[in-house]
Design a protein around this ligand. Structure first.
Ligand code: AMP
Ligand code: MG
Length: 342
């Protein structure tokens, strides 16, 4: 594809108006959300979404999430059941994406050939202002090259997409750091989690009659050729460094990293463990789920900046907000889990 001039803009009323104009004319703008940076195009402009796939190198059957500034806007392009509004009342704006039947209005390139559309109302003032000013829903996947870790800062977007998109709105670091929870509705008051995120199964069960977690969330080999959520079948989130998903205690993991003969080795550890790692300690905050999710993708990118060959990451529990991290980590590690050899 031909090289473009990508402008990087601080968020202001003027730059939002400028970026919205690009979207209306069928161009591409990366923008901050509370989860990760999105790469946006008009969901209505014919062919605009196709440019997203080209810029990212994304397989064309992996559908995009359509972003709205108010949940009611979904009625314009989706068949919206009552449950959606129950969910919206509790979780929107916020990091929840709901898959529903689509109408003809959505450009077919947005949904990767599916007859469903994924809808999200982001909780970030710049994202919502951009959607409002554009006057159309914005189709946006994460703003990274396909397969690499999702971008949580504007610098990550620049490093992946400079010269391939029209503009980047720089709104600083994203709060959550992992992508939204994606669910489908079962039609009988229940839902299925297709991709875990900051909105957990427990939180969803406050509103839904039942909550099922799709098998592929914790077992990538179940993604198959026709997965419920096509994004789950691709190797994902991988830095150049080899990611070792280590299923042991923190002490066991640090011991394994310290005795690894690989020349440039690092380990993601909570701040308090900085001095215990012989190689590079990549610090993830207090070790809780919020800090660990917030830091994960940025630290995988940091590992590459430091030219590390291997990075050790402790396998988190499959519960609560940690489930999102578990899901991203096993994909980053190519599905392999390493255990201490007793
Ligand atoms: P990204 O925002 O880059 O993480 O990608 C969007 C994610 O949403 C992908 O994992 C898709 O598989 C998922 N997704 C988008 N639309 C649908 C849909 N209609 N049905 C199921 N999953 C979807
Ligand atoms: Mg993505």
């Amino acid at each position: 594809m031909s090289e473009k001039k990508t402008v990087v803009l601080p968020v202001s009323e003027d730059t939002i108006a400028y970026a919205a104009d690009i979207i209306r004319r069928g161009g591409l703008v990366a923008f901050p959300t509370e989860t990760v940076y999105g790469l946006g195009a008009s969901a209505y402009y014919p062919g605009a979404a196709k440019k997203i796939y080209e810029a990212k190198g994304r397989p064309s059957d992996n559908p995009l999430i359509v972003h709205v500034s108010d949940p009611r806007e979904a009625e314009d392009f989706a068949v919206v059941p009552d449950e959606f509004y129950r969910l919206a009342e509790r979780f929107m704006p916020g990091p929840l994406t709901v898959v529903m039947k689509k109408t003809e209005k959505i450009d077919p390139s947005v949904t990767g050939g599916l007859d469903t559309v994924a809808v999200r109302c982001p909780d970030h003032p710049a994202a919502r202002a951009l959607i409002k000013a554009s006057g159309c829903p914005i189709a946006a996947p994460s703003a990274n090259r396909s397969g690499s870790p999702s971008p949580t800062e504007a610098a990550h977007v620049i490093s992946d997409l400079d010269g391939r998109i029209d503009a980047i709105l720089d709104g600083g670091a994203c709060r959550v750091g992992v992508e939204s929870t994606v669910i489908s509705l079962d039609g009988d008051g229940g839902c299925t989690i297709l991709r875990p995120g900051d909105v957990t199964a427990d939180m969803l069960s406050e509103v839904m009659r039942s909550v099922t977690v799709a098998g592929a969330v914790t077992d990538p080999s179940l993604s198959g050729d026709r997965p419920l959520s096509p994004g789950m079948k691709y190797k994902h989130y991988s830095p150049r460094a080899e990611v070792i998903a280590y299923d042991g205690t923190l002490e066991e993991m640090i011991k394994a990293a310290n005795s690894d003969p690989t020349e440039r080795t690092g380990a993601i550890v909570p701040d308090g463990y900085a001095g215990k790692v012989n190689g590079t300690a990549l610090l993830s905050g207090d070790g809780g789920a919020d800090d660990s999710c917030h830091a994960f993708f940025a630290l995988l990118r940091r590992a590459d900046e430091l030219s590390l060959d291997r990075v050790y990451v402790r396998v988190p529990p499959k519960t609560g907000k940690f489930l999102a991290l578990y899901n991203r980590l096993i994909r980053a590690a190519g599905g392999r889990i390493t255990k201490p050899d007793n």
